[in-house]
Design a protein around this ligand. Structure first.
Ligand SMILES: [Zn+2]
Length: 225
């Protein structure tokens, strides 16, 4: 598709961004990754991302974003606050986090000679983050191009997919087993299928179960619906 061009994947080592990494590798001549270290509860998340980047043969740059702690102490970065599901935004919310990450990724990408940015943001599992919406991404794309006078293209392959369809996309790229076993989404820092109890594990498992059910129906002679 765009075999002579280069892309930078915003990469956390989770299911979504790892699926995006495979998506990028299928389309671009060269792919590299950028990972943001903002004092995650589990350093394992950074290690996991580094391991995947190494296994997939892509360069990884880790940027120190620990200043987010100063701006918005929250459950993801402060181990003394519990992650809770409640009304409104999850307590893992950091205002404008995605705006900041994508802006830094853009600076890095331009320096690396890449005009394509790939991010796993998604409106379908929308959990209240306004800077994950498609309208925001389109707006930021224009802003980045103006800010740096550079023709960035932000790709969001998961934007309209639910978790089940994200598994399906990984499967289409023959990466389902890899994504399942090597990625970390669990809030308790357990790789692969995780602890099974936290909100991230429940969402991930529900999506996988749903997809497997659909896939099995296909193997029984039906069509993937
Ligand atoms: Zn978990």
């Amino acid at each position: 598709m765009l075999k002579n061009e280069k892309a930078v994947v915003v990469f956390s080592g989770g299911q979504d961004s790892t699926t995006c990494l495979f998506w990028g590798k299928e389309r671009f001549a060269e792919v590299e990754t950028v990972t943001f270290d903002y004092g995650q509860r589990h350093k394992l998340e950074i290690e996991c991302a580094a391991q995947i980047a190494k296994e997939q043969g892509v360069k990884q740059t880790v940027l120190d974003m620990s200043l987010l702690n100063q701006l918005a102490p929250n459950a993801l970065t402060r181990s003394d606050i519990e992650i809770a599901e409640g009304d409104g935004l999850p307590t893992t919310f950091v205002d404008g986090r995605n705006l900041l990450f994508l802006s830094f990724a853009a600076v890095l990408a331009k320096g690396a000679g890449a005009k394509h940015l790939i991010t796993g943001v998604c409106e379908t599992d929308f959990s209240g983050y306004p800077d994950c919406r498609d309208s925001f991404i389109k707006s930021l794309n224009v802003t980045l191009n103006l800010a740096m006078d550079y023709p960035f293209v932000i790709h969001t392959p998961l934007m309209w997919l639910d978790k089940s369809e994200t598994w399906e996309l990984a499967d289409q790229m023959n990466a389902l087993e890899y994504v399942r076993d090597h990625t970390l989404t669990c809030y308790n820092g357990i790789k692969g299928d995780g602890c099974g109890e936290c909100p991230a594990c429940k969402l991930r498992k529900a999506g996988l179960d749903n997809y497997m059910l659909r896939r099995n129906r296909v193997s029984e002679g039906g069509r993937l619906v």
